[in-house]
Design a protein around this ligand. Sequence first.
Ligand code: CS2
Length: 488
Amino acid sequence: MQRLRAATLDELPPDVARPRYDRAAAATGIVHLGIGAFQRAHQAMYTEAALDAGDLRWGIVGASLRSASVRDALKPQDGLYTLAVRGTAGERVQVIGAIKDVLVAPEDPEALLRALCDPAVKIVTLTVTEKGYCYDPATTALDETHSDIVHDLANPAQPRTAPGFLVEALLRRRAVKTSAFTVLCCDNLPHNGRTVAAIVTRYAALRDPQLAGTIRNEVAFPSTMVDRITPATTPEDRAAISARLGFEDAAPVVTEPFSQWVIEDRFPAGRPDWSRAGAEFVTDVAPYENMKLRLLNGSHSTLAYLGYLAGYETVADTMQDPNYRRLAEGVMDDAATTLKMPPGADVAAYKRALMERYANPALKHRTWQICMDGSQKLPQRLLGSIRDRLAMGAPIDRLVMGVAGWMRYVTGIDEHGQPIDVRDPLSARLRTIADDAGLVAERLAPALLAVHEIFAPELAADPRFRAAVTRALARIIAKGAKAVVADL
Ligand code: CS2
């Protein structure tokens, strides 16, 4: 089978959407750090709509900060890839042309710095996942002891981290009087613009206090709420999509029909009209972000830990179990009581839509994938809601289920004695803690609650929280996750 390429675009089946603009004429206005499936299903799709509308300033140079795999797949196909949108109504397929080039930072950090210093680049977008910010999840402050941050401070011209690249590039731009780019975080961090601004400014201060002042004054970090469920692409997806195209695509992305992007409109250097594909520009993103992190991601993680332990492979599988549906709804109901809702939001409709999205049988979203990096996710997804419920004197039994499920999960051994492939920056430490404590909730829960990067001291010390988590964990250990969810 021939490869998808610019030269084969005209031969695609007629029902496959494709770029309508002159790709060769598009400039590079955006550098994206962390070019994974999510960015290709979300931000690149929105940018494609702006390009299609004729604004050719906004081609994207993508960069991987770790592996070469996306570059290796996209390069031979001129950056083109297929976005397959799968819902109950079938599949819609679009070939996207917004990505002009892909760089692999560890191979050539200088090439990425050069791209970041291009005066035509006005925006740097990021999807490097929570751990890519090298922060302390409990406080959201830069982790100054992080080995990659220590490396970058010692070798500022050969950075490895997102803060390292951003600050070195901003410094170089300032030196040649090129105006700063806008930094747009598209990760699920709490108050993501503000959080990343603080991380980057702190890193800059460690390099050069004057630069920190410039960044504070001159660089915009708008906050965003991003939402589209995008599982990792499987070999079956690649085969099916290639068959549908009649050309081999090594880098397709499968996603759901739903997509939402709410953006704080602060772009001093200009921006694409992402509203062409439905993005919403607002002055305050915080209520949208909190609603999404606490209702969606909070229930997602809960389903993922307890679902994985029960042997459910995908989120859609957990939705077949009425007890898990009830748990997800309960987590959303409790989390919703802690929120200031966005203007005009219909919470009941939002929750209903989430349940439908989770049940989408066409998406094989593995519980294991969502379980990844729990240490980086728990604070903003569940612990914030728990803290607020405690302050209200409200019950937290349903909200602690995900935390207890996580505690059982990070022991690294499942309910059948089989190993769990726990992926987490803290996995080795969590495993040692679990091994030392043994499968005894009264020892395991307090030992994990002492991991201060995840659990802020005040919450960890709260007797109501300690008791509720320990009780839930004890029941999961004794009866198994599925039975405990059924009993709720
Ligand atoms: C998921 C998210 O993997 C995860 O942790 O909860 O990636 C989720 O699918 C997205 O935030 C949906 O927008």
